[in-house]
Design a protein around this ligand. Structure first.
Ligand code: WT7
Length: 629
């Protein structure tokens, strides 16, 4: 499965295009299947219908855990580093992982959860979060993880969209010097979630929580009733494995659905090849399990590869900006995978936080979630990698399930801010706005993929048409990523950012329409428009223009209330950085907001705003420019 040289990469790539079915069949043979597939692939992008490893039967947890036990029962699956510095690291062996996952799976079964039922997971970054994903997968329940930074209302919407039967949560969470309520937020969400029958509550902070009788149960008590063996549910390749909600340019977040077989194969293959993971190495991905990175490259990928990895509960700035490097030295981390926003904020904190650490264990560095600017790339390369570690800039999405464009560590020649080349099996193309293929090198366009890879999105939960509309209808017969992209003279890919109304704030994907509708919930706001603007640390910041015609409140008061609104409806991650109160928005005669102008003003441009002749009221622009923040 592992590519060892650029030559091998080129051969693998070529084979994967010429004979995709043979190529993937060979890789899939490395896994435990209870029944082999009849046919490798059946697909069309018009419905879309994408089936991989048809009629294959498996359980992903058997591949993540059980099959490693004969050789690796006492090897470490996870090192758990707590939020507080100076605590002994907790080691979890593959055997212990097996036992914990089985017990939790048995608890879920005792709640009446069966194959196909949905389970919502709202937990901090603790081992129990990973156990939860695996326990669901063990019994064929479909997990839906909601990131801890989302509000009660966001949890409620997600639970109701997929009618979750059970919620797994904790009393509270530690995050830097803060203690964050979790159970209280879930309680608020559950005021209107008729499908939820049971809530299992892990005790992390020991804070007092409300326990509703017949519904809420204590984690430890339930776990201790269970056996540490649990027969895995045998799943079809195309049975859903999980749902993960993500934002787009319109409407509410959609539930991206991934299925068992293809996701398993691609997750493991991409993990091993991108990071060039070697047995005994220690790997650390700093993501949260609430995002796809935490699913594919904290949970499934590393475990499928039998790796040892780090779970970190805290944040990079606590107790100070040296925390990541402290952990790298403490645990002798070999492969370190993080987001550009973290790199930029640690760079801004200064080298004094790096100097005390020697970082000599590091062999490979990774980046994910947003474009990495050249300066951050160089800083990471020089000060963390000591100019000896390749940086793998991995481009992918919730919908792709795994990394699609990335260097293979020590194999692909890297280039700052380039994700470089597609992995075997991935066929990127660039198209212009009309969908015309842009061929050759030294070009730029909209990034699409023209052939399915095993972990491609299968549907959006409960609404297949939306999946078709969003990803497969923009350009005929292509999967559209929503990203703009350059292909340079060498054929290297550089992702330039979203071309739709999605913004990327600190690596978090946020739909501007969603933020607008949250802002509009404020009684005094009649209309709003939200755009992204370049932000030194976050990549993009959120800039909101709000029309508030009649109010007795001061601007400061209004801003505070608008922030509270967003906090309450979406969560703290979507709070605007800047709120400008305006008397009107630049609209065309047909009533369409000209976001192009708003983006320019938010970027700090005051003069070259482009053609404003189609505007209903050009004076509005003058006012906006004058009042810009
Ligand atoms: C969007 C997907 C991939 C897991 C985390 C985010 C942007 C992601 C890169 C990269 C440039 C990147 C894209 C993409 N993105 N990785 N290496 N270089 N941009 O997953 O929340 O689904 O967001 O993140 O714009 O479309 P996501």
């Amino acid at each position: 499965m592992q590519i060892r040289s650029f030559e091998e990469y080129k051969n693998a790539y070529e084979l994967s295009i010429k004979e995709p079915e043979n190529f993937w069949a060979k890789i899939a043979e490395n896994f435990v299947w209870r029944k082999k597939w009849d046919k490798v692939l059946d697909w069309n992008f018009t419905e879309p219908k994408i089936n991989w490893f048809i009629n294959g039967k498996l359980n992903i947890t058997e591949n993540c855990i059980d099959r490693h036990l004969p050789a690796k029962a006492n090897d470490i699956a996870f090192y758990f580093e707590e939020n507080e510095i100076g605590r002994p690291v907790k080691k979890i062996t593959y055997q212990e992982l097996h036992d914990e996952v089985c017990k939790l799976a048995n608890v879920l079964r005792s709640f009446g959860v069966t194959k196909g039922d949905r389970v919502c997971i709202y937990l901090p970054m603790i081992p129990e979060a990973v156990y939860s994903l695996l326990a669901c997968a063990r019994i064929g329940a479909v997990h839906s993880v909601v990131f801890g930074g989302f509000s009660a209302q966001s949890i409620r919407d997600r639970i109701n969209d997929s009618s979750c039967k059970v919620v797994l949560t904790s009393d509270g969470a530690y995050r830097g010097n803060k203690q964050i309520p979790m159970k209280a937020t879930v309680d608020e969400a559950l005021k209107d979630c008729p499908s939820v029958e049971k809530v299992l509550v892990f005790k992390r902070t020991g804070e007092k929580v409300n326990m509703q009788s017949n519904r809420d149960l204590e984690w430890d008590i339930e776990i201790n009733k269970q056996r540490s063996e649990c027969e895995p549910e045998i799943m079809d390749s195309e049975d859903p494995l999980f749902i993960l909600y993500t934002s787009g340019s319109t409407g509410k977040p959609k539930g991206v659905v991934h299925s068992c077989g293809g996701y398993m194969v691609y997750c493991c293959y991409s993990f091993i090849n991108v990071f060039q993971y070697e047995p005994e190495q220690i790997y650390w991905c700093t993501a949260d399990v609430g995002w796809i990175t935490g699913h594919s490259y904290i949970t499934y990928g590393p475990l499928l590869a039998g790796a040892s990895s780090v779970i970190f509960e805290g944040i990079p700035s606590y107790p100070d900006a040296g925390r990541f490097w402290n952990i790298v030295d403490k645990l002798k981390v070999n492969i370190f995978y993080t987001a550009p926003t973290a790199i930029r904020s640690l760079e801004a904190a200064g080298l004094d936080f790096v100097k005390p650490y020697n970082l000599s264990s590091l062999k490979v560095l990774g980046s994910v979630g947003e474009p990495i600017n050249e300066e951050a790339w160089q800083w990471y390369h020089k000060n963390i990698g000591k100019e000896k570690c390749p940086i793998v800039d991995t481009w992918w999405q919730t919908e792709t399930g795994g990394i699609l464009i990335s260097p293979l560590a020590n194999i692909t020649k890297t280039k700052p801010s380039f994700a470089t080349l597609p992995l075997p099996g991935v066929q990127p193309v660039l198209v212009d706005d009309k969908g015309k293929l842009i061929e050759g090198n030294g070009v730029e366009g909209n990034l699409c993929i023209k052939f399915p890879w095993p972990s491609i999105i299968r549907t959006t939960y409960g609404d297949h048409e939306r999946c078709r509309q969003t990803y497969f209808a923009t350009y005929h017969n292509l999967y559209f990523t929503g990203d703009g992209c350059k292909r340079d003279e060498e054929g290297y890919y550089r992702i330039t950012g979203r071309v739709d109304d999605v913004i990327n704030v600190s690596g978090h994907r946020i739909g501007t329409a969603e933020v607008e509708s949250a802002i509009n919930e404020h009684a005094d706001v009649v209309e709003s428009a939200v755009v992204g603007y370049p932000h030194d640390i976050k990549g993009q910041g959120i800039y909101a223009y709000c029309i508030v015609p009649k109010t007795t409140k001061s601007q400061d008061e209004l801003r505070k209330e608008i922030l509270n609104c967003v906090n309450k409806i979406i969560g703290p991650i979507a709070r605007p950085d800047k709120i400008q109160i305006v008397s009107g928005l630049p609209k065309t005669r047909s009533g369409k907001i000209m976001r192009r102008i708003l983006r320019k003003v938010a970027e700090g441009e005051t003069k070259n705003l482009g053609d404003v002749s189609t505007l209903l009221d050009p004076l509005v622009v003058e006012e906006i420019v004058k009042g810009r923040l």
